[in-house]
Design a protein around this ligand. Structure first.
Ligand code: SF4
Length: 279
């Protein structure tokens, strides 16, 4: 039986989570309206410490290197290679500005990266990016998307839906992803009351998100699964594209853990909310 500590975290050796997220840096090259990790004053985690901690996890875990923005670290390629040497699977979650430069994405690929989560809150629309992410960055986001396709990476595209701003982008991303073999997942989520965030009228519940996905993809709502008991998300496939719809924060989730500074692994959302402003 796993030993749970008083704050609900687990010893690394007994991590029950499918995915372990590591906030490798708090630096970022964007300033989005919705950011679960808005504090830029926390120093980067030491690479050797990260690797010592990850070596204690059960074998072949899914390690997600996140940030703020993980590509702000100049040692990211080395970190990727060394996490793989530990026998774990490795992915990154990025805003895409840096991987819009194809040579850099290839450098990460050469280090062993195969899985990338790319946020595209404005889809292909600069006006939507300006509202949701505070930057007219559609060109770079689209370039990042195309680079991932060209490098045959297993790619997941994520969008935070803000009502009246970017619903149509769900449909655009769905069609663009369906046409690219490397695009494997589309994650649609609502604004969550966590970190820096837009206010309550923008925070869509799971039912509203399901309806938007049905409308934008043309898949009847009856084919989009309903919420299971106590669940904040639904998972299903449309053709070969895996879809995930999540109401944030996904409290009680057993899917995602977070490496803590105490060298334990905690439920991701609960830990972020308990440590807002810090790590
Ligand atoms: S949401 Fe991501 S890309 Fe946007 S400011 Fe926060 S860390 Fe940076």
């Amino acid at each position: 039986l796993a030993t749970v500590t008083v704050d609900g975290s687990f010893a690394l050796e007994q991590s029950p989570f499918d995915i372990v997220q590591v906030d490798v840096t708090h630096r970022c090259n964007m300033a989005c309206s919705n950011c679960y990790i808005p504090n830029r004053d926390v120093p980067d985690l030491d690479a050797e410490w990260i690797l010592r901690m990850l070596a204690r996890l059960p074998p072949r875990r899914n390690i997600r290197l996140v940030g703020a923005e993980p590509t702000m670290r100049s040692d990211l390629p080395e970190l990727i290679a060394r996490v793989r040497e530990l026998g774990h699977h490795v992915s990154i979650l990025t805003n895409g500005l840096t991987i819009a430069r194809r040579e850099y994405l290839r450098e990460l690929k050469d280090a062993g990266l195969r899985v990338v989560y790319l946020s595209m809150n404005g889809g292909c629309d600069d006006d939507a990016y300006e509202v949701v992410d505070g930057l007219r960055c559609a060109k770079k986001k689209i370039q990042a998307f195309e680079n991932l396709a060209a490098e045959h990476m297993y790619s997941s595209i994520g969008i935070i839906v803000v009502p009246g701003v970017n619903e149509a982008q769900v449909g655009n991303l769905f069609r663009a992803s369906a046409q690219n073999r490397g695009m494997r997942e589309l994650h649609v989520r609502g604004v969550g009351a966590i970190g820096r965030h837009m206010d309550a009228p923008n925070q869509l519940k799971l039912e509203a998100l399901r309806e938007i996905v049905a409308t934008q993809t043309g898949v009847p709502l009856s084919d989009v699964p309903e919420r299971g008991e106590g669940s904040s998300y639904v998972d299903f496939d449309i053709g070969r594209l895996h879809m995930q719809i999540t109401e944030w924060p996904d409290l009680g989730s057993k899917r995602r853990g977070r490496l803590t500074l105490e060298g334990t692994v905690a439920p991701f959302f609960e830990h972020v909310m308990a440590n807002e402003g810090g790590y």
